[in-house]
Design a protein around this ligand. Structure first.
Ligand SMILES: Cc1ncc(COP(=O)(O)O)c(C=O)c1O
Length: 476
């Protein structure tokens, strides 16, 4: 029943029939002071009769979850109103416990760290394959998973697709993981649309994953924070997952977010293939034209050539600044100031633009023309930005993320940190893979690397003292 939208329909009925709201939220459906917020306030209600209970769904929310699961080919699906983050945290919390070893990609989103703090799990990091030019982390290989599998107690976590739209060989990895009797859980935050077009990479569930988390708000017409957790038949009905989702979810779930998830699901079921195919056609035409962008470069084949990369989401457009002499930040600024275009992210040597099913041909053309004009007006020069620096070997994980999180920290001059345990993350861009995480041993190699980063003025994420003269270490 693709057209069936039980939550949205019940909200409409409530709005139509109710005369006086004497319940939360305090805006009572009409008291928002900003004009822009008013339209949504009408359906921003709470769990009153007829609108079911998020934590014990028996009516419209239960029905809508079944429809969601059906649309995604899942055994069971959960609405998430606090982003993909909450789904990933719930999986860790439910499926791992204190000291248990889990495989996780070294560049995983911070929600993995949150999940490990909540659960007490001990990470075994999977190396991440990079593309040195323009300096991005893309995928993990099945080979690395095979080699590390024996170190995991029962779980393997993957992130696929990457932020840049590249997917891992999830099918092969799922086969390996299952042959070893373990479970595969996938952060598919950026791939909520994969299930609806054969022109996109197959979804994690289609590839055999036991669970996948979709950040629907990232690529679909869903309000920010709207996400979902899908369980395959192997995990369907898991009581601990149910409890974990409930534990970390607000008791005031947003009906506008849930309704937007439901409406997006209905739209995708009805027209998703046609809309996505149209958008992917525009993307293919753009890529064709982008061959003549002068010094700027639109990546595709190069991404697919990186070890471990199996597929690519055509709607993510990665533009390298190549030989233009511009940085990605320059390009980002020119696009914003001169053309009123805002892209998703900029880095030293690239910008990443995200297109959706709602962009029209003229949007693609406008973006292309803007890039073309910029490419024609800039001088062609050599690359000016620092190259990607090879990471030292991952340091030994001495304390779990949870133990590290609970420990007091103190600041110390970097030169005195050797042999201590890190109290904060350090990741240098490009490509943003952490060289140090809380609870890890600061070896000689790591300290030398950090001193090197300090010398070259690398762009860092994580340390409180961005100059790296001091580092937070655990006060153990
Ligand atoms: C790969 C990845 N996973 C998970 C998340 C968390 O998603 P959310 O912001 O919906 O909590 C993000 C957010 O950017 C992400 O990029």
């Amino acid at each position: 029943m693709p057209h069936h939208t039980p939550i949205y329909t019940a909200l409409q009925q409530y709005v139509q029939h109710n005369k006086l709201r004497l319940h939360m939220p305090g805006h009572i459906g009409r008291g928002m002071t900003a004009r822009e917020l008013q339209p949504v306030a009408g359906i921003d209600v709470t769990e009153v009769p007829g609108l079911d209970d998020f934590h014990l769904p028996r009516e419209i929310i239960g029905q809508s979850r079944t429809l969601l699961a059906h649309a995604y080919g899942a055994g069971e699906s959960y609405f998430l109103v606090n982003g993909a983050t909450s789904g990933l945290e719930a999986l860790f919390l439910a499926l791992t416990s204190e000291g248990e070893k889990v495989l996780v990609p070294r560049n995983a989103h911070r929600s993995f760290y949150g999940g490990m703090v909540l659960s007490g799990a001990m990470p075994v990091y999977i190396p991440v394959q990079t593309m040195p030019e323009p300096g991005i982390a893309l995928a993990v290989t099945a080979e690395d998973i095979r080699n590390l599998l024996g170190q995991s107690d029962k779980l393997v976590f993957l992130a696929s697709p990457s932020y840049y739209g590249t997917t891992c060989d999830v099918e092969q990895i799922a086969q390996l993981v299952h042959e070893s009797g373990r479970l595969l859980l996938v952060d598919e935050a950026h791939g909520a649309h994969f299930n609806f077009s054969p022109q996109l990479p197959p979804s994690a569930l289609q590839c055999g994953a036991d669970a996948a988390v979709n950040g629907l708000h990232k690529t679909l017409p869903v309000l920010n924070q709207g996400a979902c957790l899908h369980l395959a038949e192997s995990l369907k009905g898991s009581r601990t997952i149910n409890q974990a989702v409930s534990l970390i979810t607000t008791t005031s779930p947003s009906y506008p977010i849930m309704a937007s998830i439901e409406l997006a699901r209905a739209l995708l079921e009805e027209k998703g293939a046609a809309l996505l195919d149209q958008a992917l056609d525009y993307a293919a035409q753009f890529r064709q034209e982008a061959r003549s962008l002068g010094g700027l470069k639109c990546y595709r084949e190069e991404l697919l050539g990186v070890p471990g990369v199996k597929g690519l989401d055509g709607l993510k457009i990665l533009i390298g600044t190549g030989k233009t002499g511009l940085t990605g930040y320059d390009l980002d600024r020119i696009l914003r100031e001169k053309y009123q275009i805002q892209v998703e992210i900029a880095d030293n040597k690239y910008i990443l633009a995200m297109f959706s099913i709602f962009h029209q041909k003229q949007d693609w053309d406008y973006f292309y023309q803007a890039l073309r004009q910029i490419a024609q007006t800039v001088a062609v020069a050599g690359p000016a930005e620092p190259e990607m620096v090879a990471l030292p070997p991952y340091p030994e994980v001495v304390l779990s993320p949870r133990q590290a999180f609970k420990n007091p920290v103190k600041r110390m001059p970097l030169k005195e940190c050797r042999g201590k345990l890190a109290g904060e993350m350090v990741a240098a861009y490009p490509p943003g893979i952490p060289c140090l995480l809380p609870g890890e041993l600061i070896t000689e190699a790591v300290q030398n690397y950090l001193e090197y980063l300090q010398q070259i003025g690398a762009r860092l994420q994580g340390p409180e003292d961005i100059s790296l003269r001091h580092l937070s270490i655990l006060d153990v």
